[in-house]
Design a protein around this ligand. Sequence first.
Ligand code: PMP
Ligand code: GLN
Length: 414
Amino acid sequence: MPGMGVDYASSVNRMREIPGAWRRTAFGAGLLGPDGSTRPTIFAEMSALAARTGAINLGQGFPDEDGPPAVLEAARAAIAHGVNQYPPGRGIPDLLDAIAEHQLRFYGQHLDPHRDVLVTAGATEALAATLLALVEGPDDEVVVFEPYYDSYAAVVALAGARLVTVPLRWPDFQPDPDDLRAAVSNRTRVILVNDPHNPTGAVFTRELQDEVVRLAERHDAVIVTDEVYEHLAFDGPHVPIATLPGAWERTLTISSGGKTFSTTGWKIGWIAGPSDLVDAVLAVKQFLTYVNGAPFQPAIATGLRLPDAFFDDIAEAMRAKRDLLGSGLRAAGFDVSVPSGSYFTVMDAAPLGATDAAEFCRALPERAGVVAIPLTAFASPARRAEYATLVRFAACKRVEVLEDAASRLAALAG
Ligand code: PMP
Ligand code: GLN
């Protein structure tokens, strides 16, 4: 396993890259190669494998068709009309307004668009700027649910803080509240909650959300949410933690247009929250990217104002794709965890004799012409054994592609 059983101090001698302070923590989190070298993210590695082998890419979570024409057209029109220079630091006023309207329409939240909202270069920059803004140093802890989206551990390392994880366990991936209580302490600066959850597809219960708020209040922590799959919840409307009693004052809500409008390459994200916290994030954001995506900002504003039917339809379409992928995986002989949201489905390859999901995924293009991602890629070295046979498949592909993948995977049942 990369990073495991190798001492940082000895590997650092062999590193050809310029060592940054963050490398020590990044190495500990298993983010660097065994010799301390930079390696591509698991998404880049697996997409390259798909390209090399011609396998169907159910690894990296990006849609294989375009989103709403009105959104695409708005970007084209913006470029044609000269919206090509630096936008304002917080984001263009029309997008700030559209984000506030969206939070009111879907969640009943009243935001001051010009004080409580900030546009970022995707949710990724929002997360990075937030953690860099809120975390002071090595004594600060950031609590995350594990497995976690890969950038969390990297950014906590960049911020020089300590990652503390709460395990999500097969097959329903709901956290045990006792584990959460044990993880949060007065050292906790941030509790980071991704819901709906990547990579497991879990949607957290209201009780769990309430417990997050109670613990954050008790230990004076900030809640940071990653809600990029907010419109891909299958079992009922998504509930942002910020809307729960007592949460607003200490919560930063992060989302992005990438998943909702199938524009993952545009990197338009945002943060909503109390203005003092948002200002702290803006202070960092302005020195990371300064501003971003001028012509895409009005286009995402257009998207956020699409009628309710659009948002209902994308959740329904993704639910149908989840079902299609799930039945294909079951037919191939896998045990499947049925996700309540997101792009993703996790299955257990143990019934097919797998003992190492990473090896299984490397061999899968050859065996079945499909690419997937091992769950170990989303786990810290100490917990990888727990996810050793679990694999994540992405359902955000065209129906015919999922059907093709299902029939290829059926060969495994053989
Ligand atoms: N958070 C999660 C949970 C994700 O799955 C992703 C990947 N799309 C991101 C953040 C990054 O979002 P963006 O592309 O808007 O930076
Ligand atoms: N969010 C996508 C996933 O989880 C891909 C993000 C990336 O490539 N960094 O698959």
